[in-house]
Design a protein around this ligand. Structure first.
Ligand code: EPU
Length: 415
């Protein structure tokens, strides 16, 4: 069992290069199975969630070649078998195999997908979409079984604009004759990236990024090459580290077009920065101001950055409130931050942060991916040594985090 050890107080300086997007790469890797030819994917992040997904695919007889700068996937021998790898229950994104298998085989049997524990994470909207496309869905304990004689196009309205359900509905419907329409679709940039990839393979999808997506079925897809977009959450994470402890840090491959909600909050909390072409330069930011921060569906403030922003707000001059309207229990990191000297009170889905409180190094536990990243930021800002237990949560979603932090002068080791 490993631990991360951070010696706090160093001033961060230099450049961080942002990797490919996790929440784009995972569905794109699954989508590549739809063509059953060679697909070459550039800019996939080197993270545990991708490794787990590739392991699941290998068990399904997919050929995978992983080179330093690309992954080549060939699924011509993909097997129509039950997907019951132990990895399925550790990886939320394994639900994308439902849409893919339905499209290819009209059938899928898969374990219930797992992922970070953020409170209840149902898949009812995914199943609703499959039912509307003429699938029969059964859930028995931890097994999901979906079957269809023939999938049929339909209009799918989502009560909640779910990222996963929207992508799954696109995947399931690429080959359906005629038109499928998704209404109140999620608008996250990752959905545009997945649709662009599918279209590059020959699919006919329009409207991705808006709340109505239209899929016109095609007969087949062909192999292609694709460059995955950069990770807006990883970019935000390093920007917040720089805001907390930076002298001058350039976050390279920062896509400002997709980060407006985040940038607006940086301004409000008095973080000093400059936006240049493909990067954001975070300057030394001494007087962080408190915030009211509410997460929302895109283009709202991303829930995936809420826990990390919250760690920065422990140093703001005054009282902040952070409310997560997407995942009501995404606050487990607060108890750990309090062990380091923060003063945070959590009441249902609202955290009140009393700042500024001096942080001291302590032994803390990463309970989920983004919560883990918030502890890394706290460790960098704290005086003394912070030990983070269960760092494997962090490695699920942050590519080369140790190297990246060391490159900007942070003192972080693994033991
Ligand atoms: N929801 C339902 N029913 C469903 C699906 C979702 O009620 O069938 C609810 C959820 O409980 C939640 C809301 O809808 O309250 C939104 O969930 P969504 O489906 O959009 O999230 P997801 O697809 O499960 C993805 C990312 C998450 C990210 C969210 C929101 C992947 C693999 N995961 O999850 O990423 O927080 O979208 O943007 O893409 C992370 O990277 O740390 C992470 C958790």
């Amino acid at each position: 069992v490993k631990k991360l050890i951070i010696k706090g107080g160093q001033l961060l300086e230099g450049e961080v290069h942002i990797s490919g997007s996790k929440n784009s790469a995972l569905p794109i890797i699954c989508a590549s199975l739809l063509c059953q030819e060679f697909v070459k994917l550039f800019n996939c992040p080197d993270i545990e969630d991708v490794n787990r997904l590739l392991d699941i695919l290998r068990e399904l007889h997919v050929d995978i070649k992983r080179e330093a700068d690309y992954i080549e996937i060939n699924s011509h021998s993909l097997k129509n078998i039950a997907i019951n790898s132990a990895n399925v229950s550790k990886l939320r994104a394994s639900y994308y195999l439902m849409g893919v298998y339905l499209a290819l085989f009209n059938h899928v049997q898969i374990n219930m997908p797992g992922g970070c524990d953020l409170g209840s994470r149902p898949i009812d909207l995914h199943l609703k979409a499959f039912r509307l496309l003429n699938g029969k869905c059964e859930v028995n304990y931890d097994q999901v079984l979906i079957d269809s004689k023939k999938l049929k196009g339909n209009k799918i309205f989502f009560e909640i604009p779910s990222v996963g359900a929207t992508i799954n509905a696109m995947l399931a419907s690429v080959f359906i004759e005629g038109k499928t329409i998704i209404e109140n679709a999620a608008k996250e940039p990752e959905i545009i990236d997945v649709a662009n990839f599918l279209n590059k393979m020959g699919a006919n999808i329009t409207g991705a990024g808006s709340c109505i997506i239209e899929i016109n079925g095609v007969k087949r897809l062909k192999g292609t090459e694709y460059y995955v977009m950069s990770d807006r959450i990883e970019a935000g994470t390093y920007a917040l580290m720089a805001a907390g402890r930076g002298k001058e840090v350039d976050i390279v491959n920062f896509n400002h077009k997709y980060n407006n909600g985040f940038i607006a909050k940086l301004i409000e909390s008095n973080v000093k920065f400059k936006i240049l072409d493909n990067k954001i330069k975070i300057l030394s930011s001494k007087d962080i101001l408190p915030l009211n921060l509410k997460t929302g569906y895109y283009p709202g403030f991303p829930t995936d950055l809420q826990q990390i922003y919250l760690a920065l707000l422990t140093q703001a001059k005054g009282i902040s409130k952070v409310q997560d309207s997407i995942y009501k229990s995404r606050f487990k990191n607060c108890y750990e931050l309090n062990k380091m000297g923060a003063r945070i009170i959590v009441d249902e889905n609202v955290a009140t942060i009393y700042g500024p409180h001096h942080l001291n190094g302590a032994e803390v536990t990463a309970t989920d991916l983004r919560g883990g990243a918030s502890l890394v930021l706290a460790g960098l800002m704290a005086e003394g040594t912070t030990t983070i237990l269960n760092p494997e949560h962090i490695f699920r979603g942050y590519s080369g985090i140790l190297e990246k932090i060391r490159k900007i002068n942070g003192n972080i080791t693994i033991a």
